[in-house]
Design a protein around this ligand. Structure first.
Ligand SMILES: NC(=O)c1ccc[n+]([C@@H]2O[C@H](COP(=O)([O-])OP(=O)(O)OC[C@H]3O[C@@H](n4cnc5c(N)ncnc54)[C@H](O)[C@@H]3O)[C@@H](O)[C@H]2O)c1
Length: 329
């Protein structure tokens, strides 16, 4: 009976669907013990080496080559999430281990929170609520999202959900993507521009690209320099996309107006200078945390695992070449 080791903290925590599907198919599902958390690569390597699972159902913890190599029977790593920047995909492919993710399961949840962040930044909802509860009665003057030019960086699944919502508000939309889709832009009535133009023109800037070598520090000092002092920035994608120290400097000097950050280079971000700033809204990586998204993600993970174990080729396996090689599968 194939054995699944769950190192993801969130799988099974909010939604039981995935675990029910896996156990209903006769698989054994074990979880990393809570005493072993927080997980780092060395700890996970030791746990995986001892448990020898067929499948690792991973969360945000690092899954480098050493972890993959420590499990002799490992056929698959399934990410309970979308971004797989914590998994060494190249090493997995070399070792014949399939890597799956759960795309499309949390687009709406992430897009909803993105819009919530934009409205919060433009209307100072969080500071106004804190001030009122503390006995204040200060009138916070804001801006309307429908009057704003919004720059969307990354027009994949989540970026498109954000664009769809922005159209409802009537915002002017600009976008930047390494692989622009001109027919989609025409159909939606927005324009692709260079990153430089997007940064210098937008009132609201939002990031929806994956973390890769090409996107690490996509927003650094020279990009911050281009932004308007009135601009606000939303990062609900990955912390490492932005030079956090530079962002903190720009925000504390009011060289940009504000930021909403759901993701940090180090999580939890105890030492991040961003946490101390008044013009920052910080949340604990909750972009995907809705009941609806958790149900969909949990189900998708279970179905992808069952698909691979039964010899299929699920569309969300990111290195399908290992499925045809059949070294471990
Ligand atoms: N905060 C959260 O809880 C949360 C939840 C889900 C996803 N995310 C993050 O959001 C990211 C985007 O998710 P998605 O489902 O929309 O991904 P996606 O793959 O559907 O879209 C990514 C887009 O980025 C573009 N892109 C790739 N490389 C680029 C580059 N170098 N420069 C500019 N554009 C580039 C792609 O062409 C694509 O359009 C994920 O990779 C993940 O890191 C965060």
């Amino acid at each position: 009976m194939p054995d699944i080791l769950v190192s993801s903290r969130s799988f099974g925590q909010v939604s039981a669907i995935g675990q029910e599907i896996l156990e209903g198919a006769g698989l054994s599902v074990r979880r990393v013990s809570s005493e072993d958390r927080p997980l780092d690569a060395e700890k996970l390597e030791r746990i995986v080496g001892k448990a020898k699972p067929d499948v690792l159902l991973a969360g945000a913890e690092p899954v480098p080559r050493a972890v993959l190599a420590a499990a002799p029977k490992l056929r698959m790593v399934q990410k309970h999430g979308v971004g797989v920047d914590n998994i060494d995909l190249g090493a997995a492919t070399e070792l014949g281990i399939a890597v799956g993710n759960a795309p499309g399961t949390n687009n709406r949840a992430v897009a909803d929170l993105t819009i919530g962040f934009m409205l919060n930044l433009l209307r100072s909802i969080v500071p106004a609520a804190v001030s009122t509860k503390a006995g204040g009665w200060e009138r916070f003057i804001g801006h309307e999202l429908g009057e704003a030019t919004v720059g969307v960086i990354g027009t994949g699944r989540i970026g498109r959900e954000v664009i769809q919502r922005l159209k409802g508000f009537g915002s002017s939309i600009l976008a930047y993507d390494a692989y622009p889709d001109a027919s989609y832009a025409d159909a939606q009535g927005f324009q692709y521009v260079s990153l430089e133009e997007l940064l210098s023109v937008s009132d609201v800037i939002t990031l929806h690209v994956p973390l890769m070598d090409e996107t690490r520090n996509l927003i650094g000092r020279s990009e911050l320099e281009r932004m308007k002092p009135s601009a606000v920035l939303v990062n609900i994608a990955r912390g490492e996309l932005i030079d956090e120290a530079a962002l903190a400097e720009w925000l504390s000097g009011r060289r940009i107006a504000g930021a909403a950050i759901d993701v940090f280079a180090t999580e939890p971000p105890q030492a991040s200078p961003l946490l101390k700033l008044e013009n920052v809204i910080a949340t604990p990586h909750i972009g995907a945390y809705t009941h609806e998204a958790m149900d969909a993600m949990s189900r998708s993970c279970a179905e992808t695992i069952l698909g691979v174990l039964s010899g299929g080729r699920p569309a969300n396996v990111l290195n399908p070449e290992v499925l045809s090689r059949g070294d471990r599968t």
